[in-house]
Each structure stands twice: as structure tokens, then as C-alpha cells.
Design a protein around this ligand. Structure first.
Ligand SMILES: [Zn+2]
Length: 200
């Protein structure tokens, strides 16, 4: 199961436990639950192949909401020679691909999918002390954690000690045990790591 903006959805997305009929291709498969997708088109189940191959493109259904405003800002900085119309078009295409082909990440609150280096980021897992330790290279892990915040104003001193899970969260079901969650993303074009956090 390979998705551009989502690593290992078989771990981090709640799939239906038994094979069901995919609403699109009508085959019996292990499917994603489509009930929490956005849009007016109601889907019960969609298989990874149908989602990944863009079968939502013609339906009023999407799985997330890209941070279009920040993406345009990044693209403008990276490509100062492009016109507003070109920026608008590139950002629109990237948002369409993200929102139509990415498995749905269950979160406590609604927030926009982050971008970095002029593209949307890939979700790589739930934040935990072991995960951040494995990612931090030249700086202390707390500093690394702080620097990774997508919205720096949402960081506060003590968050690391008080709220970041001690154990790694290796499965979607394990994430249900935490009322505060850190969602970790990686840039597609650099080693940049982005953290978004929320709580119930
Ligand atoms: Zn299907």
C-alpha cells in the first residue's frame, strides 16, 4: 500500500476488519472506512487501490483539507518568476491530488494538512519520545521537537515533558489511548519534520 502523502496507512488508518464490498469497484476487499470522508457523496468503504488511483476525482468526496494558503506562499518564495495564475494552478493541482488520493487520518480536531518546501508533507506517524529521538540528529531532542512545530505559537514549555507519549505508538488503535496526540509529517523534498498536535 503506497501513498504519496501517507506512510503505512495499514498501521495508521482504521481499516474495516473483514473484507467488504468496495463502493467503487464492487470487489470484496479490505477497505478503508469512507464514512468520515468529507463532501456530499457518502461512501461506506473504498479499497486502497480505488483511493490511490484517483477514483474519488469525479465524486464530491475528499479525505482531508490541504493548507492551500501556506502552500501558495511557499511556492511563491521558491519560484519568484512564476505568475500568480501559475502558482494558483500548481497549488490547486497538488491540493486536488492530496485531498482525493490520501487515506483519511483520524484526528481529534479539524486542521489543514501541512506543507513544506512547496509541497504537501507525508504523514509518517504519531509523535512519541522514541520517534523524536530517532529523528533528532545534531540537536537535543527537545529542541528538535520544538523546531518541528507547524504553528510555533501552539508550542509551550513543558509540552514535551507533560504530553509527549513515552512509548511509541505503532498502531491506530493504540492512538485511542491518548487524549493528546502529536501528528508527525515529513517533507517530500528535504529532511524537515513537521509536528501538529491536538487533543480531545
Ligand atoms: Zn475498489
Amino acid at each position: 500500500m503506497k501513498f504519496k502523502y501517507f506512510e503505512s496507512p495499514e498501521l495508521y488508518v482504521g481499516c474495516r476488519e473483514t473484507e467488504v464490498t468496495c463502493d467503487i469497484c464492487r470487489q470484496r476487499k479490505i477497505c478503508f472506512n469512507g464514512e468520515s470522508f468529507f463532501g456530499t457523496q457518502k461512501l461506506r468503504s473504498i479499497c486502497p487501490e480505488c483511493l490511490g488511483s484517483g477514483k474519488l476525482n469525479d465524486l464530491d468526496s475528499f479525505t482531508c483539507d490541504g493548507d492551500l494558503k501556506n502552500l501558495k506562499g511557499q511556492l511563491r518564495e521558491l519560484h519568484p518568476n512564476l505568475t500568480d495564475e501559475e502558482i494558483h494552478q500548481i497549488a490547486g493541482q497538488k491540493s486536488f491530488e492530496l485531498e482525493k488520493t490520501t487515506p483519511h487520518l483520524i484526528t481529534w480536531q479539524d486542521w489543514s494538512w501541512p506543507c513544506a518546501d512547496g509541497d504537501y508533507c507525508k504523514f509518517i506517524g504519531y509523535g512519541s519520545k522514541p520517534l523524536y529521538k530517532s529523528l533528532a540528529k545534531d540537536i537535543t531532542v527537545e529542541e528538535f521537537f520544538k523546531n518541528s512545530f507547524y504553528e510555533p505559537e501552539s508550542y509551550y514549555d513543558g509540552l514535551w515533558t507533560d504530553a509527549v507519549p513515552e512509548q511509541s505508538i505503532q498502531h491506530y488503535e493504540e492512538s485511542n489511548q491518548y487524549s493528546t496526540l502529536f501528528y508527525v509529517f515529513k517533507s517530500l523534498h528535504s529532511d524537515s519534520i513537521i509536528t501538529i498536535w491536538d487533543c480531545d
